[in-house]
Ligand binder design. Structure first.
Ligand code: FAD
Length: 562
């Protein structure tokens, strides 16, 4: 790929290998444009591996009056389900209606009845805006049915619930699959390749970039440059425009993973945050095949962020916020209550929101995307959602095509992603086959299984197989341990401690394929362990700060009303 980048001449060079960039590369390549994409670190290493992993319209955006955004997102949800049925799972969501303690037994409870009516109208709106496309309409659940979906809820506060449908996806895997589909359509796609300069021709127009990769610099020639660098897009614009435009307002979002047994939700649940007008998702992750799951992740926070873009950390406030909401929606006699000790994984991402001049909180800012063109012809695309990446890409490449003076139509609306094509729910297969089909679709057979050891778990207790780590480095451009354990698989997010314990073993497994000697294996393991230790230490500091500030560990808050 690096050779291609240095020798070919491209119509379009995309900077950034998150969902936005890979979407643009696929759209451009499928229209027949000579396309290159460079990612400075790993595919999806920015925001696109740290989302809530939902392919959704966003009920709350409807409540903010963003009807068009929700309509478009629900249309894209349907397209993505059709184009990547192996990756996108329909996910039922439940919104419980909670009252004060004892409200569940009080059928005359007035406030929740009002809440329920308002929610019922919102549910109808969601269905009408496009929720129906999934083939199921929302339903109201009685108290016992609601509790059956999440038995850890406080029984005496649950009055009823609403059930509706959205979808979920492994975000990093979606990015990788779109990138591979673009490559299969002829795009030159490289990770570990940072743009350090945007070059300009004699007429002042951008004509490519200089990238740094493997310690060398490569000049990439392209007629149009697309900046899809997410929260870093201002710094890429500065390379073109000479000054930082200060157009992005990063908003941090944190998720925590906790043991599923303590929550026992068999569907996603939307819980209220006490004393705030927001709610959090509780999403069950990785079915065991017997009605139980490996973990539940909870999120997200939504706060302004002014720290280093490269290392957004989880703070005391973040942890307290999430655990407080979790505790307020659970019965401690069933769940045992939640403290930091229950957190098995964590991730913090930055939303690349577009500055509008508004000063309100980030949760109220629009998730719509924006496309701008610099005076040198660099096209920048920012904002948007994972769910709407294809539409963002279509709009962006329409702009590119105009700059190129060409005419071509978008082809991605019905373009299957790599691995699509077979129904993933093939019954009668062993669980490991189901697991592989759900991650690779028709490519599952490529995951090596020639040695029985490759069918063993990569990390004890987690569903990934050793063959998947080998596949990640031979077929999926994983370059180091973190690529394999954090993004090609999501082991670190599911169970950090178990993943750290398996790190040396995994490094030894992939070493021959990456040409690592013993010293490099040791260096890789050390780097991965250190990164995980830093993450754990940040959480401990967060808890210590929380305890110092409040005198208590995040505790149940049974008095909180919806
Ligand atoms: P990124 O993924 O950050 O990609 C930008 C890339 O550019 C990075 O990989 C970076 O390394 C690279 N880069 C930067 N500088 C350079 C350079 N000089 N050279 C080369 N490469 C460079 N959306 C949904 O639809 N559903 C959800 O459930 C959802 N949940 C979310 C939850 C949270 C907490 C957050 C933060 C966002 C969520 N979103 C969700 C939104 C969605 O995740 C983002 O909109 C999307 O991932 C942004 O992708 P991106 O490609 O624009 O940015």
């Amino acid at each position: 790929m690096l050779d291609r980048l240095g020798t070919e001449s491209f119509d379009v060079l995309v900077v950034g290998g998150g969902i936005t960039g890979v979407g643009v590369a696929l759209d451009a390549a499928s229209r027949g444009l000579r396309t290159a994409l460079v990612e400075r670190d790993d595919f999806a290493s920015g925001t696109s591996s740290k989302s809530s992993k939902l392919v959704h319209g966003g009920l709350r955006y409807l409540q903010q009056g963003e009807v068009r955004l929700v309509y478009e997102a629900l249309r894209e949800r349907q397209r993505l389900r059709r184009n990547a049925p192996h990756l996108v799972d329909v996910m039922p969501f439940m919104i419980p209606i909670l009252g004060k303690p004892g409200a569940g037994d009080d059928t005359r409870s007035v406030v929740p009845r009002k809440v329920a009516r308002a929610l019922g109208s919102a549910m109808w709106m969601y269905d009408l805006t496009g929720g129906w496309r999934i083939g199921k309409l929302h339903r109201r659940l009685k108290r016992d049915a609601a509790l059956a979906h999440m038995p850890s809820m406080p029984r005496d506060r649950v009055i009823a619930a609403y059930l509706y449908y959205d979808a979920a996806v492994d975000d990093a895997r979606l990015v990788l699959t779109v990138a591979r589909t673009a490559a299969a359509r002829g795009a030159a796609v490289a990770n570990g390749c940072r743009v350090v300069e945007i070059t300009h021709g004699p007429d002042g127009r951008a004509d490519g970039a200089v990238v740094e990769a493997d310690g060398r610099q490569v000049r990439v020639r392209a007629r149009v440059v697309v900046n899809a660098a997410g929260v870093w897009s201002d710094s890429v614009r500065a390379l073109d425009e000479g000054a930082d435009p200060d157009a992005i307002r990063p908003a941090k979002g944190v998720h925590l993973t906790v043991p599923w047994e303590k929550v026992r939700n068999d569907i996603a649940v939307v819980i209220p945050v006490p004393k705030d007008k927001r709610s959090l998702f509780l999403v069950p992750w990785f079915p065991n095949g017997d009605g139980t799951y490996r973990a539940t992740y909870v999120g997200t926070t939504d706060t302004d962020y002014a720290g280093s873009l490269d290392a957004p950390a989880t703070t005391a406030d973040d942890v307290a916020y999430v655990l407080r909401a979790l505790n307020a929606s659970s019965d401690p006699s069933v769940s045992g209550g939640f403290t930091l000790d229950d957190v098995t994984g964590v991730w913090a991402g930055l939303r690349p929101l577009v500055k509008t001049g508004a000063t309100g909180r980030t949760a109220d800012l629009s998730r719509r995307h924006a496309i701008t063109r610099s005076e040198h012809g660099v096209v920048t695309v920012t904002g948007g959602k994972l769910t709407t990446y294809r539409e963002m890409a279509e709009d962006t490449v329409d702009e590119v095509v105009e700059l190129l003076g060409r005419r071509s139509r978008c082809r991605t609306r019905r373009l299957p992603l790599l691995g699509a094509g077979r129904d993933r729910t093939v019954s009668g297969r062993p669980a490991s086959d189901q697991h592989l089909l759900g991650r690779y679709g028709t490519l599952a057979a490529e995951v090596p299984a020639d040695d029985p050891r490759l069918a063993e778990p990569l990390v004890p207790g987690l569903p990934y197989l050793r063959g998947e780590a080998v596949y990640a480095v031979t077929h999926e451009m994983a370059r180091d341990l973190d690529d394999v354990l954090t993004r090609r698989t999501r082991a670190r997010l599911l169970d950090r401690d178990a993943t750290v314990a398996a790190a040396a073993d995994v490094a030894a497994l992939i070493a021959p394929h990456l040409g690592w000697d013993d010293a490099e294996v040791a260096r890789q393991v050390d780097a991965f362990r250190r990164s995980c230790a830093d993450e754990a230490a940040a959480l401990l500091v967060a808890e210590a700060e929380y305890v110092a500030a409040t005198g208590a560990t995040p505790s149940p808050d049974p008095g909180a009303a919806t």
